[in-house]
Design a protein around this ligand. Sequence first.
Ligand SMILES: NC(=O)c1ccc[n+]([C@@H]2O[C@H](COP(=O)([O-])OP(=O)(O)OC[C@H]3O[C@@H](n4cnc5c(N)ncnc54)[C@H](O)[C@@H]3O)[C@@H](O)[C@H]2O)c1
Length: 336
Amino acid sequence: MKLKCAVAGLGTNGAMHYAQLKQMDSVDIVAVSDPRLDELSDHVDLSGVEHTFTDYDALLGYGDFEAIFIFTPSGQHIEHIRKAAAAKKHIFCEKPLGKDESIEECEATLDFVRQQGVKLQIGFNRRFDPQFRDIHERVKAGEIGRPHIVRVVARDPFVLPYDFIRNSGGLIQDFAAHDFDMVSYQAGSRITEIYLQGTTLIDPGLAELNDIDTLTASCKLEKDGFGLIDESRKAVYGYDQRVEVFGEKGMLKAENVTESTVELYNDEAISLRKPLDYYLNRFKQAYIFEKASFIDSVVNDKPIVCTGEEALNAMRCCIAAQRSLDTGLPVKVSYE
Ligand SMILES: NC(=O)c1ccc[n+]([C@@H]2O[C@H](COP(=O)([O-])OP(=O)(O)OC[C@H]3O[C@@H](n4cnc5c(N)ncnc54)[C@H](O)[C@@H]3O)[C@@H](O)[C@H]2O)c1
């Protein structure tokens, strides 16, 4: 039996998820919604989808599906989660959980989701990346003993368009949220304090959007130990995504993934292929695995792997990180 699903939001990220869902045997996409449906129909194949809407409420009003995938802009996630829960739909929503909402508002939404008895997964896809997941499993299995330092390198290949950045929540909410989540996930511990420094080394124009393009964050962990994050909006050699966990008995490390492992040796140098070009390729498998995990949780009533509560923790980290950037001081992450 296929899970009857709807999809809301078919932009850059939603179109990728939608194409993957269409390839999955376990789901049947019966309805979609996006206010820009007319523009999108050129590059999104809507054939076989019986019900299309330009309005999210109309999609929920139709309602003949069990689960919804939400890929709408970050500023609408909380509203869309709340409405989907009210309609008793199981929910997969892209990260972040919320953007401008307060922690209390997000907590109230998560309480409501629980009361409605529906499942909610947030799209911290990197947890499902085979390399990063392997590190996680092996840290858990004790292969490197107690983790001491988790290091995350996350560098984009180019600066995103201002129009997207303006509504994204900026480098901290849009990018670093992934990395705070990754540090906690790998260390098996919440982050208790963050000292974040950031600036514009690449595009000074970002300062007008109140944003930065380069940051480093030093994180203190609840279970002792540290997280170290470095991020850039532009690495000239491509999409650079690496994770390392150093512990008492050794180190686990995931290097970049390349199209080919063939190395060229000549009289000038030894060269490797560049990393996979962008998130849509680099994390392609992770995006498939996270949706498969959600579908499995719904169909077989299993626990969700990346919960709303964990996404809320990432939000708490972003708030502390922003305060640290603004004050120039280390800031405690509040879990009260
Ligand atoms: N996990 C990841 O790696 C990752 C990567 C990229 C983006 N994202 C997240 O995905 C979300 C979307 O990002 P994007 O890059 O696709 O943005 P986008 O602007 O390209 O697409 C958003 C789409 O949502 C549509 N939309 C707007 N309001 C809507 C509504 N009320 N109902 C239905 N659709 C609506 C827009 O018309 C647009 O097509 C963001 O929250 C972003 O943080 C996550």
